[in-house]
Each structure stands twice: as C-alpha cells, then as structure tokens.
Design a protein around this ligand. Structure first.
Ligand code: ATR
Length: 287
C-alpha cells in the first residue's frame, strides 16, 4: 500500500514507454512488503540536470537509468563502482544520505544468467551478434569474464572491427583471450554460445532473424536479448532446430533483481522466489 512512508524509485530514459521495469520492481515491493513505489519518467535531453536536482530534492531512494543516459548520468554521481566505470555506463543508482553511487547490473545480470544455464561457461567460445550500444556493454562484461574466446559479428563489419579493437585495448591488461571480429558466417560453427544483441526480431520486425539458424553449431546455446516478443523468430527457429535457448526476459529480470539487491539488500532466497514468480507471470502473459 502506498502511504506517507512510501519511498520513490524511478526509471529515467527516453523512451521509457513499454518498459517492464515498473512491473518487475512494484511486484517485488508488494511481495516483499517493502515501502516502495517505482515509476518511469521520460526525460528530455536538455532536462537531465533538472531531473537530477528534482530527484535529489524529492529524496528518491533508487534510480534505474536507460537509453540514452547511461553514460551522461555518470557526471552527476558522487561515486561510481569500478565495473560501471570500466564499462562507461551506469544503469542503477543507489541514493543514500544525499550521496548517489552508480553501478552497472546489466552486465552482471547477463553473466549470472549465462552461468546459471551453461555448465563450464568459462570454457565456452562466445559469438556476439551485433556491434551497437547493447553489444558494447555485453562484450565489455564478457571481456571481464573468464571465457575461452569471443567473436563479434555485425552486418556492417567495420563496426565489429572497431568494437573488437576498442575492447582488446583494455583486454590486454588481463589477456585471457582474443576478441575477434568475425567476417564470415562459415566461422559461426566454431562457437558454443551465440548472443543476439541486435534489434532484429523486435516488434515490428518480428519475422526477421539476424542469422540463418542452420549456420550455427547444432549444439550452440542461443540467447536473444530481445524480449518483445518473448519468443523471437531466432528463439523459435533455435528451439525447432534442437538448440537450448535463453530468453531476453531472463536477462532483463536479472539486472532488476540485482538492482533490488543493491537498494534493499534482498537475500538470494528472496531473489530466487521473485525470479520464479516473475518468470511464470511473464510467460503466462506472453503465451
Ligand atoms: P543498440 O544500442 O540497441 O545496440 P545500435 O547502436 O543502433 O542500437 O545497434 C543496433 C545493432 O543492430 C547494430 O549492430 C546493427 O547493425 P549495423 O551496425 O550494421 O547497423 C544491428 N542491426 C540493426 N538492424 C539490423 C538488420 N536488419 N540486420 C542485421 N543487423 C541489424
């Protein structure tokens, strides 16, 4: 129940319409009996600094940041977690005693989902489809993880080359593996895990896939970060061809659950219960 002691949590971005975050977070507040309410705000480009002043004055307790402000918001923070600093993007802010600290739970959410689904994840060769903004964050976190190899394929090959070069610079510090731009679909067969980070398959282009499913290794695990529709054409074709799949909603849910862990210190048990409930409800709504 919302009353005078309810804390405000917010999503800021543009556009935010259609975001599933209010549904996820308000479910958690309700089931965990936490005094919170989560609202989504479309912020115009020239209004970001005013929005920050307003949220500070209103004592907002937690903020999620989405496109296009994940990098720009960093200039308004008192502190940035080292991983978010490295990725150059913040998606979660913890507001405590007037101080704002930024984190990035997108990447950690993705890794948590991949590790939960894939045994011996660190031995896998991962192919990322796409080289845009979403790919940058995902490749960035994969480059921080222990995996066997990472390839980046993109419709416009130059962008895959640029991204792999950019990431290899920071990678040389750890030097676990090479990040290779993949120019030929023939090379797809070498990868154990394939992650679609392109917008292909998203409404209204729901009849498209970023790649021919038959070009992938028949044993490859296929993940799609697109969650609208729930079962994208890529996921559908992968299932028909016997691949194990990971749905986009799982990655969205995970980053939200990690944000709640930062804001309200939820235990793993509570997180797991909410994950199961939200997945079941989402699947029922998106049959
Ligand atoms: P985002 O921030 O969501 O990643 P973006 O930076 O515009 O958005 O990147 C979109 C990604 O989807 C790019 O990798 C893009 O490929 P190009 O670099 O060649 O444009 C990819 N993409 C979009 N539409 C595509 C299509 N029809 N087929 C293949 N790739 C597509």
């Amino acid at each position: 129940m919302i009353d005078s002691s309810t804390n405000l949590y917010a999503l800021i971005g543009n556009p935010v319409s259609g975001s599933k975050s209010p549904w996820i977070h308000n479910h958690i507040f309700e089931t965990c009996h936490l005094p919170g309410a989560y609202l989504a705000f479309d912020i115009e480009k020239d209004q970001l600094s005013q929005a920050v002043v307003g949220m500070k004055a209103l004592n907002v307790k937690g903020i999620n940041v989405t496109i296009p402000y994940k990098t720009e918001i960093m200039t308004f923070l008192d502190e940035v977690d080292p991983l978010a600093e490295k990725l150059g993007a913040v998606n979660t802010i913890v507001c405590k005693d007037g101080k704002w600290k930024g984190f990035n739970t997108d990447g950690l959410g993705l890794i948590a989902v991949l590790k939960r689904h894939i045994a011996d994840f660190e031995e896998k060769k991962v192919l990322v489809l796409g080289a845009g903004g979403a790919a940058r964050g995902i490749c960035g976190i994969l480059a921080e993880s222990k995996i066997a190899e990472m390839g980046i394929w993109n419709r416009t090959p130059e962008r895959a080359i640029q991204l792999s070069e950019a990431l290899n610079l920071s990678k040389s510090e750890n030097g676990h593996f090479d990040i290779t731009p993949v120019s030929s679909v023939k090379a797809f067969i070498n990868y154990d895990v394939v992650i679609n980070t392109t917008s292909v398959g998203m409404a209204p282009d729901i009849e498209q896939t970023p790649v021919e499913i038959t070009s992938l290794n028949p044993d490859a695990i296929v993940c799609d970060i697109v969650y609208k529709p729930h079962k994208t054409k890529l996921i559908s074709e992968a299932l028909s061809n016997g691949h194990n799949v990971i749905y986009g909603i799982e990655m969205l849910l995970e980053q939200a659950l990690l944000a709640q862990k930062l804001w309200n210190g939820l235990t793993d048990e509570v997180i797991s219960k909410n994950r199961n409930e939200l997945m079941t409800e989402f699947e029922a709504l998106n049959k």
